[in-house]
Write a protein that binds this ligand. Structure first.
Ligand SMILES: Cc1cc2nc3c(=O)[nH]c(=O)nc-3n(C[C@H](O)[C@H](O)[C@H](O)COP(=O)(O)O)c2cc1C
Length: 263
């Protein structure tokens, strides 16, 4: 995030040097802290300034510079304002827009409430795709299963899944087969953990704390017998000093093949 073109260009260069595939500018975050720093959703009101930032980043790097935005802020929530913003940023060099399909209220709602209370309006993202067919339009917000994603893909180029990827990461296991023509069946949940263990070992060896990895797999057994105990074991033990893969293997014992355990 940011709004100062030179600083954005410099940050984009650092991102490219670090090996990132894309630089994404955040025009969606409504928190007080980012508003004070003049970045995030409040920038939707300053299309000219954002366009300068995009142009500076596009000139600075060879990887794509993309934007993630809400559909409006406060009372600046007309389709005309949004499409004028997209138009301006496209001219500045942004070809990909991730649209979190709800507006944000900058005062009165917490960031969490701003992800839940303003209603989802996917039709706005669909209309943008119709009006800007040459841009890549990716819709985000409230998409929690692959059927919903498939329905969106009839209207836009891509789908971004946020919270559900945490609550139920298993959801992603079938994405390659369903959307990318991969014919290999998805691995079992346990297999995913087995395959992850060597990675965890090598990260631990380089000083990464276990919790930084385990937090991403808390929801892996969501809906399966033993899921709650899996989560609890990881939550209660991963942060401990010298916690290692034993914690993961122990937690796996709570998940019974065949699903006979009650949660
Ligand atoms: C804990 C948390 C942190 C987030 N941080 C960011 C962020 O740094 N940048 C961003 O563009 N969106 C951020 N988001 C918003 C998500 O990218 C996404 O737009 C939002 O959760 C709606 O999508 P979903 O309904 O699929 O979760 C965050 C969401 C959560 C729950």
């Amino acid at each position: 995030g940011g709004s100062e073109p030179d600083a954005l260009a410099q940050a984009a260069r650092l991102g490219e040097q670090a090996g990132f595939d894309e630089i994404n500018l955040n025009l969606g975050c409504p928190s007080d802290r980012v508003q004070a720093g003049r970045f995030g959703a409040c920038l939707m009101r300053e299309p000219g300034l954002v366009a300068e930032g995009i142009a500076a980043m596009v000139a600075a790097v060879d990887i794509p510079v993309t934007v993630k935005t809400r559909i409006g802020v406060d009372h600046n929530d007309s389709y005309e304002e949004l499409s004028a913003l997209v138009d301006k940023l496209a001219i500045a060099g942004c070809r990909t827009f991730i649209i979190h399909a709800r507006k944000a209220w900058l005062k009165g709602l917490s960031p969490k409430e701003n992800r839940e209370i303003p209603p989802l309006r996917y039709e706005i993202a669909h209309r943008l795709k119709q009006d800007f067919p040459n841009l890549e339009l990716i819709v985000n917000g409230g998409i929690t299963n692959l059927d919903a994603a498939a329905a969106q893909l009839e209207r836009v180029d891509g789908v971004m899944i946020g919270r559900e990827a945490y609550h139920n990461p298993w959801l992603l296991a079938d994405v390659d087969r369903r959307f990318h023509g991969d014919e290999t069946p998805p691995p079992e949940r346990r297999q995913i953990i087995q395959r992850l263990l060597p990675f965890i070992e090598s990260e631990l060896a380089s000083g990464v704390p276990l919790q930084r990895i385990s937090r991403h797999i808390l929801g892996l057994f969501q809906g399966q017998p033993g899921a709650r105990r899996w989560r609890r074991h990881l939550s209660e033990n991963s942060h401990k000093k010298n916690a290692d893969t034993t914690v993961i293997v122990e937690a796996l014992c709570y998940i019974r093949p065949g699903g006979t355990t009650t949660d």
